[in-house]
Design a protein around this ligand. Structure first.
Ligand code: GTP
Ligand code: MN
Ligand code: MN
Ligand code: MN
Ligand code: MN
Ligand code: MN
Length: 198
């Protein structure tokens, strides 16, 4: 249920062997935090997404041409453009490759990288101060609220926004994979978000 929209999966190697497809790589940069909202609600983790030029939420990253660069080098290049830091990415950060539900000839590769709170704060600063795409293709980095407030505040409201391609499913599966939330919490957030969208 949580992974709806990510059914057609390949391995990284399989995806690269397919002919006639374009490739896009995006990444979830995240880490632990001891900060507390209003001095009392632990935010627990920092998870970065971005507001895109088209008004949709998505992860940093972009189109990569595997005949010119590796998927990971291309992703690192996109990170330099979009967040102002060429965060190193390796094959070990790869988690999934699947057909884009919104764009038929596109394979979307997804990566996850854990960083320290200080590194994530530096990325947030660089995204404004150094990224060439800031204010153009990227309107701003946003943190994903992982907590629950009254009346759907927090994660349920965040999930009720509109997301590019299958990035919402990528977020949910990454939160599950990295155990940033329990299965029960994820299901609750999805259920509450669903009610808001009506
Ligand atoms: P240009 O520099 O303008 O070419 O954009 P880009 O290279 O940064 O490409 P973009 O990040 O828009 O990604 C290319 C395509 O991948 C988009 O048109 C979407 O279909 C898809 N896409 C964008 N963001 C995400 C994401 O977070 N997850 C997934 N699965 N797909 C995405
Ligand atoms: Mn205040
Ligand atoms: Mn880009
Ligand atoms: Mn992009
Ligand atoms: Mn690009
Ligand atoms: Mn660009």
């Amino acid at each position: 249920m949580v992974c709806a929209g990510m059914e057609e999966q390949f391995t990284r190697e399989d995806a690269l062997r397919r002919e006639g497809y374009r490739h896009a790589c995006h990444i979830m940069l995240y880490g632990d935090s001891s900060a507390k909202l209003f001095g009392k609600i632990p935010i627990k983790h920092i998870v970065l997404m971005q507001m895109r030029f088209d008004g949709l939420l998505g992860f940093p990253g972009g189109l990569v041409n595997p005949s010119k660069e590796t998927l990971e080098a291309g992703l690192s290049r996109e990170l330099h453009e979009e967040v102002g830091v060429a965060v190193p990415v390796g094959v070990d950060n790869h988690v999934s490759s699947c057909l884009s539900p919104s764009c038929p000839q596109l394979i979307t590769h997804f990566y996850i990288k854990k960083m320290t709170e200080a590194e994530l704060r530096e990325i947030e600063r660089a995204a404004v101060a150094a990224a060439t795409d800031h204010g153009l293709e990227v309107l701003g980095m946003v943190r994903v609220p992982l907590y629950f407030l009254k009346n759907g505040g927090g994660l349920p409201y965040f999930l009720s926004h509109s997301f590019i391609s299958n990035s919402r499913a990528q977020l949910l599966s990454a939160l599950q994979r990295c155990r940033l939330l329990s299965q029960g919490e994820l299901e609750k957030a999805v259920r509450q978000a669903e009610q808001m969208r009506r």
